[in-house]
Ligand binder design. Sequence first.
Ligand SMILES: *Cc1c(COP(=O)(O)O)cnc(C)c1O
Length: 390
Amino acid sequence: MDISYIINEYAEERNDYFRAVTPPIVQTSNFAFSTVDALRKSFEDEYGTWLYSRGLNPTVDILRKKLAALDGAEDCLVFNSGAAAIFAAVLANVKSGDHIVSVRNPYTWAKKMFDEILVRFNVSVTYIDGTDIANFVAATKENTTVYYLESPNSWTYELQDLQAVATLAKQHNIVTICDNSYCTPLYQRPIAFGIDLVLQSATKYIGGHSDVVAGVLCGSKQMLTKIFNSEYLNIGSGIQPFNAWLLIRGLRTLPLRLEKVTETTGKVLGWLQAHPRIEKVIFPFDENFPQYALAKSQMQGACGLLTFIITAKKIETIEAFCNALKHILMAVSWGGHESLIIPRCAGIKREQFMAAAPEHRMLRLYCGLENAAYIIADLEKGFAAIETME
Ligand SMILES: *Cc1c(COP(=O)(O)O)cnc(C)c1O
């Protein structure tokens, strides 16, 4: 299916709603039936009928179909957050006594789920450097049921060879789950490499306007039916119709926004690389990136997030740089219209700062929809503020 068709027309039955160009927000909690038999059928197989909006809803279904098509997946479920999508995908594939192999430093709340929740139910996890397939082989045990991937991750952009990991997993009957938030299905389709479940935080690029929190999970019809009938309905964290409508609206401009962000990121990257206060810039489509060849082979694009390491002897220098920015906002998240920055040192106590540790001097920049020159001019303010500081 053509991406333009998926985004602009697919799954929109306009004759069902007054030929309106924009789909309605079907803001209802429940749906009425005209016969007992029809109600009974819905009870017997809720996945496939509109019964109650904790389950399915017409506005949400339009979004589900579009997102599944973009990922090249049979089916899709949309959650009220990316974290909920992660939770449901993992929970559905482990039982007490099972073991998970995860890339090290996965998204914060994936790690918290592994370390603080799943351990209470006797599910263990081994964290590995996912850049080398040999580490997956070495960490796999008899009771391993899940490989948890994030490619690239959102701070240092390590990748996994998705095809190699999927092939290995199939040999051992292991379910592969991949967080694809960085790329979106426009820049990477993990299912085409044999990955079983692909998820993303729709809060980022799909929403695109920093006004909705949501998560997407795509995979086979069989797997998603199982998840719908259990974790999805039980956790009750499905997306609400209005937020689904905002995501449909976000999708309309997704290709355009990614194109613009890609162009801007390239310009900002080049400018940062030439700056004397920059020790290193980390970006997957930079020729010096250690996994550049793999990135080029499995991703159609890279944009938005980049990480740079600033030269600084003291934490005050990094703080002064960030505090001097006037337009780039200091905030978590990314994928919206606005450029954002987070210094790594905000995550540690001031007295823990070590200038010798490059990771303490890392700053993650998200390039939004502003013009490159506007973002660069703001970064210049930051550098000007630390000109006399070491
Ligand atoms: C933001 C994010 C998530 C979680 O998504 P929420 O919508 O915030 O719950 C998961 N993975 C990555 C890589 C993210 O950046």
